[in-house]
Design a protein around this ligand. Structure first.
Ligand SMILES: [Zn+2]
Length: 433
């Protein structure tokens, strides 16, 4: 019964959508397709941070902002908001316990030092994580102390060890180097070695990341509404049937496209009451560094709302023309959006996947931590989407009609906030971890 009713409703409302489509120019399916196609094309190489592919994507976005006719973000003189990060990548690993070489995959380090040269005669302490110990608890404790430590981890913890090893091995990106305490972890059953030598080297680079953003100045210069999507993705992956490019069409070329078309839409509307910031974030996939830097350039008290858009290229579990909002109950932004969408073809729902922690899995969380009503709009069926973070997240998998409708839905749902009629409640910072 329920399914039938929903389908009937969707059908009748779909008709209304077609009727109102022309009012929302320039949000057209042709434009949606043009932009999402360009961003997810193979020549962007999966838009991984610090690659030529992401630079190409940034150049494309910059051109689009130019074409739409936006102003730079506050404090910037063009559409690129560039900042510097460090990347620490482990290079050399030579480790011996009791004069026997330890396999590289049984070693990882948490250190930002260029080089470590340890022997048993050194000053570092030795910590053991035995069969019965809780590895996670020990890690938590070590995290807060600033001493050098060699951590011997029993093979029983191999699974968790491998995960950390894999994560650290691919290099870490950070804002500042932490030279305080180094930790070296070795997977071994030798809990009391009579000798050890540890020689590790890191490659440390200073690299740039770039958010691409623009503004439509409103009548109120000190009240901002943010529309965003992240334009980075995960780059080149293990080939599957000859394809190795993770195009990230849904994640998040779709959301970035939505952000751009909302900029184009609001640029054609009369001057808004509030100032509108449109931004494509860098480095979401490797730690959310783009949104972090962006948030530090503004006074969060002046940000009235953030509409972050992620993976809106496929119909949601609520049917076509519908999306959900992460952290729905944390402010009343979702309710305000629902009110604006009443009588339209579109609907917005509370996040149906609370167990997936989606509220914390995108750039909105950074601003929510500052009290901003910052949420992510999404329609991905994350519990069953088979292309998520694979080389199959491609243009052909998207439903262009749905994506175009999602952009129209956000345009309509955000109108009250843009024009100063709706002011969402703030997020309670103490409830955001
Ligand atoms: Zn994403």
């Amino acid at each position: 019964m329920k399914n039938l009713r929903i389908r009937f409703l969707a059908l009748s409302l779909g008709f209304a959508a077609a009727a109102s489509a022309q009012d929302l120019a320039p949000i057209t399916q042709a434009e949606t397709t043009r932009i999402v196609k360009a961003l997810s094309a193979d020549d962007m190489q999966g838009r991984a941070s610090f690659t030529p592919g992401i630079e190409k994507a940034a150049g494309f976005l910059q051109q689009e902002f130019q074409r739409i006719g936006l102003q730079p973000l506050p404090g910037e003189d063009d559409f690129k908001q560039t900042f510097t990060m460090y990347r620490v990548s482990p290079q050399v690993k030579q480790v011996q316990l009791n004069s026997k070489a330890v396999k590289p995959e049984h070693v990882f380090a948490i250190t930002d030092k260029k080089m470590l040269n340890w022997t048993k005669q050194g000053k570092q302490s030795v910590v053991t994580v035995g069969e019965q110990d809780d590895f996670r608890t020990v890690l938590g404790e070590l995290n807060t102390d600033t001493l050098d430590a060699l951590v011997l981890v029993h093979p029983k913890h191999e699974e968790l060890f491998s995960r950390y090893q894999h994560y650290m091995g691919s290099g870490t990106v950070k804002k500042q180097l932490d030279e305080s305490g180094s930790k070296v972890f070795i997977l071994t059953d030798q809990m009391a070695p009579s000798s050890y030598t540890i020689k590790l080297e890191n490659n440390i680079e200073q690299l740039q990341l770039t958010n691409v953003g623009g503004m439509i100045a409103g009548r109120r210069k000190d009240e901002f509404v943010v529309f965003s999507g992240h334009y980075d993705h995960i780059g080149i992956q293990q080939p599957t049937s000859g394809d190795s490019i993770a195009n990230g069409a849904d994640d998040d070329a779709a959301g970035t496209t939505a952000m751009l078309l909302l900029a184009a839409y609001y640029k054609q509307q009369p001057q808004p009451e509030r100032s509108l910031l449109f931004v494509a974030f860098a480095a979401e996939e490797i730690g959310g560094f783009g949104s972090k830097y962006f948030s530090e350039q503004l006074n969060p008290e002046q940000i009235v709302a953030m509409f972050n858009i992620e993976m809106v290229g496929k119909p949601s579990k609520f049917g076509p023309n519908s999306a959900y909002l992460t952290g729905f109950e944390r402010s009343n932004l979702g309710t305000l959006m629902q009110q604006r969408l009443q009588g339209t073809a579109y609907s917005i729902h509370p996040d149906p996947y609370p167990e997936q922690n989606l509220f914390y899995r995108s750039d909105n969380a950074t601003l929510a931590r500052l009290g901003v009503p910052a949420h992510t709009i999404s329609s991905v069926q994350i519990d069953q989407d088979k292309t998520y973070h694979t080389v199959d997240d491609e243009l052909e998998q998207l439903n262009m009609e749905h994506l175009t409708n999602m952009i129209k839905a956000i345009a309509l749902a955000s109108e009250g906030v843009v024009n100063g009629k709706d002011t969402p409640t703030r997020v309670d910072k103490s409830q955001v971890r």
